[in-house]
Design a protein around this ligand. Structure first.
Ligand code: NAD
Length: 499
């Protein structure tokens, strides 16, 4: 192995530990294909070690005995640590998946906000509530406790590694759980470094956050493990179904953040320049590798021609290049197999009758094997493969419609329901769209905006449950209803007391 390759191990119980297995995973910089890090491909025994450490930590007074306000302090410490290392973490993200440093730096600069937000919620709703009940002359009262599930098993994808992990870790810690994280095999380094930083620079007890890198089999070993209390998964719908089956077998709670095929809908009264910007933001930002990608653009037939001219011009101007260069607007896709997937879909679109208006090729002048031009497919029918399946690359399918009813029908005519957007000046129309489209997030005259306090998640095949907002915290605590009878008089032992 070349000397400039950094070797990482598993992170369990507050320290780096060697894997029980021999297999390792090379981490490449997708810009030029250079291997720069190596991590173990975690085994089922490694997963078992991590779950045992997380279980032990969960039961220790050092963790279980923390007050909500202590956990808030800890989450604030984590946020401060992220702030202090934001540049380093951003660089790690970029080297793993090739996303632009100019996107990852701002992302890491706001990552701490997720921990601060859930720190605040720890005070507000994490401690339960009292319930008014009609009772024995005031002699009985009821209250609700919010208690952590226990050990959370979390599996994450490669497109926004630390952001998506934090959408789980911050509410899980706020509610008092411990955590075993299996990051993507494409992007395992940032989670390992993150765990190391939290251990060194915050009061996080050992064993509360454990990281076992590895491929799909490592993830499957985690979902198979009988010692978990909750599974949290972000990834493809196909793997999400497998994770849900395992949660069903083990009868534990599961939340799933899955794929999307989101419609971005343009009406003739929209500000067209703004809408084109929104389309670019929706599908070419992050090289199209976002779950919420606006990969189906539905355009009213009256503005279709003008829109396609504008979009192809803008796509042609996008500067591809080194993701570390602040001038670069689109980097490579994250790894070679993903490039093949994207190319396969472009070819399938053309075979099924779509017209390639721009892109679809690997540019000659760039290094590595992972660049693909921003790609515009027009004359797409909503039934085509490119309009129904998630591509996860910079490929937009343009579909026309003639009426608002048709636009809504097309928007909903897909298995996914993650996000949608409408571009119009008519707010009554926007409202009809908001009410009729079955998706977890809807933007009006915007695209690709998220916040710690706003819930995010999917309808239909895009998932179960929500991340972010108070809804995201609810995914991580049990509810216990407690009754106190001060009168000490049991009523009729043969009937249910309904107070
Ligand atoms: P993926 O489903 O292939 O892999 C996700 C994770 O699951 C990886 O860590 C992988 O190693 C693991 N895994 C694979 N097989 C497994 C198995 N049998 N059991 C347990 N774990 C297994 O997804 P990906 O290619 O890494 O990521 C892209 C997908 O993620 C897209 O579908 C995208 O839409 C989705 N995504 C969704 C959201 C959201 O919030 N809804 C956010 C980002 C990405």
């Amino acid at each position: 192995m070349p000397s400039d390759v950094t070797t990482y191990e598993l992170f369990i119980d507050g320290e780096f530990r060697e894997s029980s297995g021999e297999e390792r995973i090379d981490v490449e910089f997708p810009y030029d294909g250079e291997v720069w890090a190596s991590v173990p491909d975690g085994t089922a025994a490694d997963i078992d070690d991590a779950v045992t450490a997380a279980r032990t930590a969960f039961e220790e007074p050092e963790w279980l005995g923390l007050e909500a306000s202590d956990r808030r302090e800890l989450l604030n410490e984590i946020a401060d640590t992220i702030d202090a290392h934001a540049s380093e973490l951003a660089e790690l993200e970029t080297r793993q998946n090739g996303k632009l440093l100019r996107e990852m730096e701002p992302q890491m600069n706001v990552l701490g906000d997720w921990f601060r937000y859930y720190g605040r919620l720890t005070d507000e709703i994490g401690d339960g509530r009292t319930v008014n009940v009609e009772n024995k002359d005031g002699q009985m009262f009821n209250y609700v406790r919010h208690e952590p599930y226990g050990v959370v098993g979390a599996i994450t994808p490669w497109n926004s590694p630390l952001l998506l992990a934090s959408w789980k870790l911050a509410p899980a810690l706020a509610a008092g759980n411990t955590f075993v994280h299996k990051p993507s095999e494409e992007t395992p380094v940032s989670a390992l470094r993150f765990a190391e930083l939290l251990t060194a620079e915050t009061s996080l007890p050992d064993g509360v956050y454990n990281v076992v890198p590895g491929a799909g089999a490592t993830g499957a070993a985690l979902t198979d493990h009988g010692g978990l209390d909750k599974l949290a998964f972000t990834g493809s719908t196909a793997v999400g179904r497998e994770v849900a089956k395992k949660a069903g077998e083990n009868l534990i709670k599961v939340s799933l953040e899955l794929g999307g095929k989101s419609p971005n809908v343009l009406f003739p009264d929209a500000d067209l320049d703004d809408a084109v910007n929104g389309v670019m933001k929706g599908v070419f930002a992050a090289t199209g590798q976002t779950c919420m990608a606006g990969s189906r653009v539905l355009v009213h037939e009256d503005i279709h021609e003008e829109f396609v001219d504008l979009l192809t011009d803008r796509a042609g101007d996008i500067k591809l290049g080194d993701p570390r260069d602040p001038e670069t607007e689109m980097g490579p896709v994250a790894f070679r197999d993903q490039w093949e997937t994207v190319k396969h879909y472009v070819d399938a679109g053309v075979e099924e009758g779509a017209r390639l208006a721009f892109g679809g090729e690997m540019p000659d002048e760039l290094p590595g094997e992972c660049f693909i031009q921003p790609t515009v497919l027009v004359d797409v029918d909503n039934g085509m493969t490119v309009a129904q399946e998630e591509i996860f690359g910079p490929v937009v399918s343009v579909i026309t419609f003639g009426s608002e009813e048709e636009a809504i029908e097309l928007a909903n005519d897909v298995d996914f329901g993650l996000a949608a957007a409408i571009w119009t000046q008519d707010m009554q129309r926007a409202n009809r769209f908001v009410e009729s489209v079955r998706a977890g997030t809807i933007w009006v005259n915007e695209y690709r905006v998220v916040a710690p306090n706003s819930p995010f998640g999917g309808y239909k095949d895009s998932g179960i449950g929500r991340e972010n907002g108070p809804e995201g915290l609810k995914e991580y605590y049990q509810v216990k209803s407690v009754w106190y009878d001060h009168a000490g008089e049991v009523g009729d032992p043969f009937s249910l007391d309904v107070e």
